[in-house]
Ligand binder design. Sequence first.
Ligand SMILES: C[S@@+](CC[C@H](N)C(=O)[O-])C[C@H]1O[C@@H](n2cnc3c(N)ncnc32)[C@H](O)[C@@H]1O
Length: 156
Amino acid sequence: MRVQICAVGRLRAGPEASLIDDYTTRFDRTGRALGLGPLSISEVEDKKGGGMKAEATLLQRALPKGAVLVTMDERGKLLSSPEFASKLAEWRDAGRSDVAFVIGGADGIDPSLRAQADFSISLGKMVWPHMLARAMLCEQLYRAASILAGSPYHRT
Ligand SMILES: C[S@@+](CC[C@H](N)C(=O)[O-])C[C@H]1O[C@@H](n2cnc3c(N)ncnc32)[C@H](O)[C@@H]1O
């Protein structure tokens, strides 16, 4: 099952970029034997100031057809890392070929796109900057793959 992050904003060099790169490489390496990956990131940017609505249109176009659509949202479901790993395995085992995680911009994800989501995940009740949310999601994807592979990265 391919994994895509569809996100608002362009990643520039910096600490988040190296974390995202590192966890993407690790996820791809660990996920390969599990039928998970590759992980790709699709970035969109609305330069005309159209806000959430315009971003939602661009995000929608970037989504793979038939993908499980997951919005990243502080109001979403709080999952433990093993629960997140089980969710990924459940979608993979149901024969889904793509899962897409959507990360919004400064204003969040337009309600029209949120309404279409199959699932919504919260990284906690606090709001994080979108690039940090992206890095945290990449880490959790790698952690999930490690849990499914039975490797000792996740220790609790
Ligand atoms: C700066 S936040 C926007 C917050 C905005 N208040 C909203 O209504 O969504 C940018 C994006 O980062 C992601 N994000 C930030 N905090 C999050 C959290 N606690 N859980 C899940 N995703 C989060 C979401 O995708 C959000 O759209």
